[in-house]
Design a protein around this ligand. Sequence first.
Ligand SMILES: Nc1nc2c(c(=O)[nH]1)N[C@H]1C(S)=C(S)[C@@H](COP(=O)(O)OP(=O)(O)OC[C@H]3O[C@@H](n4cnc5c(=O)[nH]c(N)nc54)[C@H](O)[C@@H]3O)O[C@H]1N2
Ligand SMILES: Nc1nc2c(c(=O)[nH]1)N[C@H]1C(S)=C(S)[C@@H](COP(=O)(O)OP(=O)(O)OC[C@H]3O[C@@H](n4cnc5c(=O)[nH]c(N)nc54)[C@H](O)[C@@H]3O)O[C@H]1N2
Ligand SMILES: [Mo]
Length: 749
Amino acid sequence: MKWAAGIPGVTHSVVPALTGMGVGRTVKLLTKMNQKDGFDCMSCAWPDPDHRKVAEFCENGAKAVTWEATPLAVPTQFWASHSILQLRAKSEYWLGQQGRLVEPVYKAKGDAHYRPISWDAAFTVIADRLNALSSPNEAAFYTSGRASNETAFVYQLFARAFGTNNLPDCSNMCHESSGLAMEEAIGVGKATIGYDDFEKSDLIIVMGQNPGTNHPRMLTALEDAKRAGASIVAINPLREAGLLRYKNPQTVRGIVGKGTQLADLYLQVRLGGDMALLQAVSRRVFAAEKAAPGTVLDRAFLDRHCQGLDEFERHLDDLDESAVLEATGLTAAEIDDLAARYMAADNVIITWAMGLTQHKKAVPTIKEIMNLLLLRGNIGKPGAGAAPIRGHSNVQGDRTMGVWEKMPDAFLDALEAEFGFSPPREHGHDSVQAIRAMRDGRVKVWFAMGGNLAAAVSDSATAEEAMTRTALTVQVSTKLNRSHTVVGEEALILPTLGRSEIDRQDSGEQFVSVEDTVCAVRPSRGQVEPIAPGLLSEVAIVSRLAREVLGDTIPVDWAAFERDYDTIREHIARVVPGCEGYNQRVRQPGGFVLAHGPRDSRTFPTPTRKAMITVNELEHVECPPGRLLLQTIRSHDQFNTTIYGLNDRYRGIKNGRAVILVNPDDLSALGLVDGQQVDVFSEFPGDADRELRGLRAVAYPTAPGCAAAYFPEANVLVPLESTAEGSNTPVSKSVVIRIEPHTERLVAG
Ligand SMILES: Nc1nc2c(c(=O)[nH]1)N[C@H]1C(S)=C(S)[C@@H](COP(=O)(O)OP(=O)(O)OC[C@H]3O[C@@H](n4cnc5c(=O)[nH]c(N)nc54)[C@H](O)[C@@H]3O)O[C@H]1N2
Ligand SMILES: Nc1nc2c(c(=O)[nH]1)N[C@H]1C(S)=C(S)[C@@H](COP(=O)(O)OP(=O)(O)OC[C@H]3O[C@@H](n4cnc5c(=O)[nH]c(N)nc54)[C@H](O)[C@@H]3O)O[C@H]1N2
Ligand SMILES: [Mo]
């Protein structure tokens, strides 16, 4: 399939909604999604309610809301009839189909089952175990990026009041590399654009991102940009349907017409080849400037705002073009074409996602994006900028609110001034470090605010083993997942309200707030009755837990937080930079946009007060002969570890996720044929091979030497020790693998 959305997109979105939720609930929720008085879609971080139409959702947003708002609840007898081991044998898909979690459940030491428990008893168990630890650092508090700003703020406050910075989050596995590279380059780790910039742009380069599936509403922005005259370049080892051609289901033209051709140039780069490509383009920019001085570089901008230009130019003088061709797998003509387009455009936006962040050299690669943009002043002017497109709907807000294992001292100082206790200063564990710490017995209590770390993090086998070595695992969740089946000696599941549900507290109905990928903060109000009467909100859970664990040792009025979320927002206003007047501003129509120095005024809060052009040594992944580089990707029918269905429509894959996509030439060179059952082994120095058996090989036009399989299943192949330099993000997009014809595993004896 070469085009995305259109009529199949709309019918695919509405059909599951009608079957999963019942008609009334569906219509109510889908018409309130991403509207100014509605709730924020819990799928990706691209809601863009300013450009709203009546049905402001995409196919995958509709799947996300259907999945959450299902009328199905896990019945009480479920826990007696399924042991934890039996649940562990079930697929992620099956677990998600069991319905919403509606009562707290507890697994006692030695018990094989979870059993219902009261909220009070659950909080007592957690408080006893936390308070018995010999150091607060023996606990870790994970967050997945769906938590609201209010939850995130109260949660990090609780962890720090308890005494630890062990606040790993999903961002560690996601855009950590982007945040780090951008902080170093321009002093702010967030996108320098607003949604309106797309229409003002001349050239949009989409790198390492599959928006048709993962940020479907971004296709509308690309289509609008295209109609306003922009050209679009896609850089991706896979030819993703959403980037080739798009039919907008919200316009009649989109439904009946042929759709808009999106990418004017499609570069099928090799996995991990982007750093070489970006350096080669920057080198061409310098060469053109040399040939026609004063016409290519934005000298005024560079002189006034940047540092490091000359070193960068000298470094690129030595760039080995043959190494570039090998790393990228592209022709010199293709690179020339990209460079010419870049230089011909006054305003350029570069967007990216996991195709860039999950590589060993992710941080320097993203710094090369910043270098290239800075050369022609493409930061802080209309229609131009750097745009990491965030994943989870509030992953960016959670960070703003302090969920990070290494928040800067200024934030901790502000917490101290506001609440009158001394937060710990020692950095905590990120996600990969937390797994190591559980494996080695250094973290004994694991608390997760959402998410599914056992499945999401690299090296599933090690991760699961690590979680089972803890004394207590506690997971605040809406639905069952794999992580609930890999438990500590004791374990708790605490069910919670979903974002689509009305949140009633003693002072009345509450709303929460979220920040999207372009720093826009807005309220989100639940719309439907909660699935069950006994559910607590995330804020209520943290507030009650904090009271139970800390008593009145710390002067914080936790009960007030639960009663009225405005109280939390008053603290946010005083602690979090840029959130002054939070309660008032978030209530303005459409919310507000957080200040951003580089975007708003070309002020760069780096140590030098300049934007930093950096020198990065080129290195690309060596792939030994007979081996391929594997990337792990999302299908069209999943949200991270949540599996909605077994198809990947835009890639033409049906009825099963156990596939590996391989270039047809590579397949035949390996003596394999399309459709054959194969076993995949990953090779990492100093480690035994990891294996994933029984995949179906699919001949697929990916870049030569590259392969792709679905996350989370393929996480067994990603070594825990293989992480990006600087950000420690698992290297999920370039795993060295060997493929062999499938054999049944030999059983010893
Ligand atoms: N429906 C839906 N929406 C989602 C999600 C979901 O699972 N389902 N997940 C959310 C989350 S948390 C996130 S972070 C985002 C993820 O959004 P994406 O980053 O789009 O997700 P991936 O499936 O990881 O796709 C990576 C893309 O990068 C390409 N790529 C891989 N390696 C390279 C490389 O070396 N160079 C280049 N140039 N390209 C490369 C792949 O071919 C693929 O197109 O989506 C968010 N939105
Ligand atoms: N190999 C490989 N691994 C990857 C990636 C990859 O591309 N390849 N991508 C990485 C990325 S980008 C990310 S962001 C991580 C994702 O890592 P996580 O965020 O940990 O995983 P999710 O699958 O998004 O979490 C889903 C679970 O969250 C719970 N949940 C859903 N809604 C709510 C809610 O409103 N409240 C609460 N409390 N719980 C809720 C449900 O129980 C659900 O099962 O995975 C990473 N792992
Ligand atoms: Mo993500």
